[in-house]
Design a protein around this ligand. Structure first.
Ligand code: AMP
Length: 282
C-alpha cells in the first residue's frame, strides 16, 4: 500500500491511474479506524481494485469547544488495517499541507445544512464541504463513499456534488454496529461501561420512534416517545424524524422519513439514525 503525505504525491499517483484507465475510489476519514470504516473499503473494492483512503483530522470542522485536540489519532494502526483490507493507498496530509498560509476559500451548502447538526455545530458543515471538495479535486475519484451513520453529512455532500457537477458517484455505506447495537464511532473509545449502556438508548429510542411513526405518522408523538427513552442521557440535542434528502422535519407525506437522534453521554456526543420508511430495516 502506498503512503502519501503530500498533495503532489497523490496527484502523480492519480495521473498514472488516469493513464492506465483504472477507476479510482476514495474514502475520506478522520482515522482511528474501526470496522465501520473498513466496510467502505470492502464495498468500494467490489467496484474497483484501486481504493485510496484519506486520514485527516480536519481542524476547520471542529468548533473551538469541541474535541479536535483529543480526537484519537492512530495512524500506524490505521495503515495496518487499511493494508489488510486491501486498500491501495493512504493519504494522510498535515493541516499545513491542506491549508497553506493564504488559504481563503470556503464551500457553503445552504438549506440541507441549516438544521439539526448544522444548528448544534455551527460552521461544521462548511468545514466538511470545503475539505471534501478539496479532497475530490486532489484525488478526482470516480467513486467516493460516505457513511449513512452521518446521514446529514451524506445528504450535504450529495447536494454539493450535484450542484457543482462534480463527476464523482457518491456511494452510501450502511451503518456498521457493534453486536449490542451501538453504531461504531471513533469516539466510542471514550465511553465508560456505564456510558455505553446509556449510549445504547439512542438506538432504542429510534426503534420505539419508528413504531410510533409507522402507526401514527405523527412527528410530535415520535419526538415525545424518543425523548422519554433518552432521558438517562446527559443532553438531548434532537430526537425527531426528518426528510432524509433535505433534512427538514418530516410530515405525513414525506417519502423517505429518517429517524435521527443526537445526545451527549458522559463526555461524548453520539448520533444515530434509522430508516423509518421500512419497518423491517436493520
Ligand atoms: P469519520 O472518520 O468519523 O469522519 O468517518 C469517515 C467515514 O466513515 C464517514 O463517511 C462516516 O459516515 C463513515 N462512518 C463512520 N462510522 C461508521 C459506521 N459505524 N458505519 C459505517 N460508516 C461509518
Amino acid at each position: 500500500m502506498h503512503r502519501f503525505s503530500t498533495i503532489d504525491e497523490v496527484r502523480a499517483w492519480r495521473r498514472a491511474r488516469f493513464a492506465d484507465g483504472a477507476p479510482v475510489a476514495l474514502t475520506p476519514t478522520m482515522g482511528a479506524l474501526h470496522a465501520g470504516h473498513l466496510a467502505h473499503i470492502t464495498t468500494l473494492r467490489e467496484r474497483t481494485d484501486t481504493v485510496i483512503c484519506s486520514v485527516f483530522v480536519n481542524p476547520t470542522q471542529f468548533a473551538p469547544d469541541e474535541d479536535f485536540g483529543t480526537y484519537p489519532r492512530t495512524l500506524d494502526r490505521d495503515a495496518t488495517l487499511l493494508r489488510e483490507a486491501g486498500c491501495t493507498a493512504l493519504f494522510a496530509p498535515t493541516a499545513d499541507e491542506m491549508y497553506r498560509g493564504d488559504f481563503s476559500t470556503s464551500v457553503i451548502v445552504s438549506g440541507v445544512t441549516e438544521q439539526f447538526e448544522g444548528e448544534h455545530r455551527p460552521d461544521h458543515f462548511r468545514g466538511v464541504t470545503t475539505v471534501v471538495a478539496k479532497l475530490l479535486c486532489i484525488v478526482q475519484p470516480d467513486l467516493v463513499s460516505f457513511g449513512q451513520k452521518d446521514a446529514q453529512q451524506l445528504a450535504v455532500v450529495r447536494r454539493m456534488v450535484d450542484d457543482l457537477e462534480i463527476p464523482t458517484e457518491v456511494v452510501p455505506i450502511p451503518i456498521v454496529r457493534d453486536p449490542d447495537g451501538l453504531a461504531m464511532s471513533s469516539r466510542n473509545a471514550f465511553l465508560s461501561d456505564a456510558d455505553r449502556a446509556v449510549g445504547l438508548m439512542l438506538r432504542q429510542a429510534l426503534i420505539a420512534g419508528r413504531e410510533v411513526w409507522t402507526g401514527t405518522r405523527d412527528r410530535l408523538r415520535v419526538e415525545a416517545v424518543m425523548s422519554n427513552v433518552l432521558r438517562p442521557t446527559d443532553r438531548i440535542d434532537y430526537a425527531t424524524v426528518v426528510d432524509a434528502d433535505r433534512f427538514v422535519h418530516a410530515d405525513r407525506a414525506t417519502e423517505s422519513p429518517l429517524g435521527v437522534v443526537a445526545a451527549v453521554v458522559g463526555r461524548v456526543r453520539l448520533i444515530d439514525n434509522l430508516d423509518f420508511s421500512d419497518v423491517d430495516s436493520p
